[in-house]
Design a binder for this molecule. Structure first.
Ligand code: PMP
Length: 451
């Protein structure tokens, strides 16, 4: 095992911060101007969390690359944290959206594209009925609301250290004795999550059964492999066990495929023949145009139809003015039919493997106590010797200072990793040269860090 020298890390980090600032005068200038009317100089608060003393302003992005306002080309392994998983501005999506732009963007009436999209989603994921939103967050919220309506129960089960968007119920972590504790970052929680949520560790079916045995659980909201606290893969039979327990205890199972779509064209659900009651996906399916969706079984569709009054449908907490708009539908139709194809995954998955091999080679070269986890077109390294088995283990192996340094080192050499993780995602335009650039950069980085 090679241990990390913190003072060396701090020294190197200072060097990289200075190099970042020196190379990006225009981004720096824009960041200063931006502070006049946006806190932190960013349109969305997370954007201040990137490494470096100010965010990189983007000039343009295409395929697997983007260029910043200082004219630096970057290999983009973040891809908008999955929103651009099909590459930046894929041609088929751009064509369809361009056509739709001059034919009406939103009317609150259906367009014919919606038929093709829902039919395609049914074939892809194996659930017959679909409704649309603008984000995966909203799709999760709606799925939870329907689950409460249909079961007459109040609680949601989630995994410890999960993330499902800004869904109030999901900002919960596991406390002493199986209790529910608000996540440290839970800003302005409407009620303590202990009132809405039970938390279980990933890969712990016994804990799940205990949570369900209270008889008050409406829904189990899961990623079939955790991707938001590092990647945590399920034990053999774990997801099947979750399904079985959901059925036995009368809770509805919601698979959130927003990130695990990296496992294949039908996500982890189809790749592993899983059978959730509802399935949520957003981000990538519109090629970057805002859209989200949730699918459900015929039985659920029937129960919803019998439970919801038409007169109050517009104020019942499901839906939104812009949801299902013509532009989103055109984007989804083109992206799903022409871009997010089996052939795309045949290109992306081997590249993610090659990326992981490159990282593993770097880890082996210096003997770092780190590991790489692979999940289809996505891979991630963590600062522990063995893969995490649950969210808590993954959380405990995190090292923010080290992560920020590694991200900054990469950024200074024209490679963007997914922030808040050490994650890389491949898109249909990613090339072997892009992956090799990361492997070479990573080796140099860890050799210097551990030398
Ligand atoms: N579900 C999962 C699994 C996610 O990772 C995310 C976002 N990272 C969301 C839902 C929410 O997506 P959005 O922020 O686009 O609503």
């Amino acid at each position: 095992m090679t241990s990390l020298d913190r003072s060396r890390l701090a020294r190197l980090h200072e060097r990289e911060r200075a190099a970042f600032t020196a190379a990006r005068p225009r981004s720096r200038e824009l960041a200063e101007r931006a502070r006049a009317h946006m806190p932190g100089g960013v349109p969305m608060s997370w954007m201040v969390k990137w490494p470096g003393d100010f965010p990189v302003f983007v000039e343009s992005a295409a395929g697997a690359h983007f260029t910043c306002v200082d004219g630096i080309d970057h290999v983009d392994l973040c891809l908008g944290d999955t929103g651009a998983m099909m590459g930046h501005s894929p041609a088929a999506t751009v064509d369809a959206v361009t056509r739709q732009l001059s034919r009406g963007i939103t009317t609150m009436l259906p367009t014919e594209d919606a038929i093709a999209v829902s039919t395609g989603l049914a074939e892809r994921f194996g659930l017959p009925y679909w409704q649309f939103t603008l984000t995966a967050t909203d799709a999760n919220r709606h799925a939870i609301r329907y689950a409460r309506l249909l079961t007459g129960r109040s609680k949601v089960v989630v995994h410890n250290w999960c993330y499902h968007g800004s869904v109030d119920e999901a900002f919960a972590t596991l406390g002493e004795g199986g209790s529910t504790v608000d996540r440290p970052s839970n800003i302005g929680a409407p009620v303590p999550t202990s009132e809405t949520t039970r938390v279980v560790e990933f890969n712990d079916l016994e804990a799940l059964e205990r949570a369900l045995a209270h008889g008050d659980v409406a829904a189990i909201l899961v990623e079939p492999a955790l991707t938001n606290i590092g990647i945590v893969l399920p034990d053999d039979g774990y997801n099947e066990g979750v399904r079985e327990l959901a059925t036995r205890y009368g809770a509805l199972l919601i698979n959130d495929e927003t990130h695990t779509i990296c496992a294949g064209p039908g996500g982890y659900t189809r790749a592993h023949d899983l059978h959730p009651d509802l399935l949520v996906i957003g981000k990538s399916i519109g090629g970057g145009i805002p859209c989200g969706t949730f699918g459900f079984t015929a039985e659920i569709a029937d129960r919803i139809a019998r439970s919801v009054e038409l007169e109050d449908i517009d104020v019942g907490g499901i839906g939104g003015t812009l949801a299902g708009n013509g532009l989103s539908m055109a984007a989804m139709k083109a992206t799903l039919e022409q871009v997010m194809t089996p052939a795309a995954f045949e290109h992306m998955v081997p590249l993610a493997d090659a990326w992981a091999d490159g990282v593993q080679a770097g880890i082996d070269a210096v003997g770092a106590d780190w590991h790489v986890t692979r999940l289809g077109a996505r891979a991630e390294y963590n600062f522990s010797r063995t893969p995490s088995h649950d969210g808590q283990e993954a959380h405990d192996s995190d090292d923010f200072e080290l992560q920020q340094y590694l991200h900054l080192y990469a950024l200074n050499r024209g490679i963007l990793l997914t922030p808040f993780h050490n994650m890389a995602l491949m898109c249909p335009d990613t090339t072997t040269a892009d992956v090799d650039a990361h492997s070479a950069m990573f080796l140099e980085c860890v050799e210097e860090l551990f030398s």
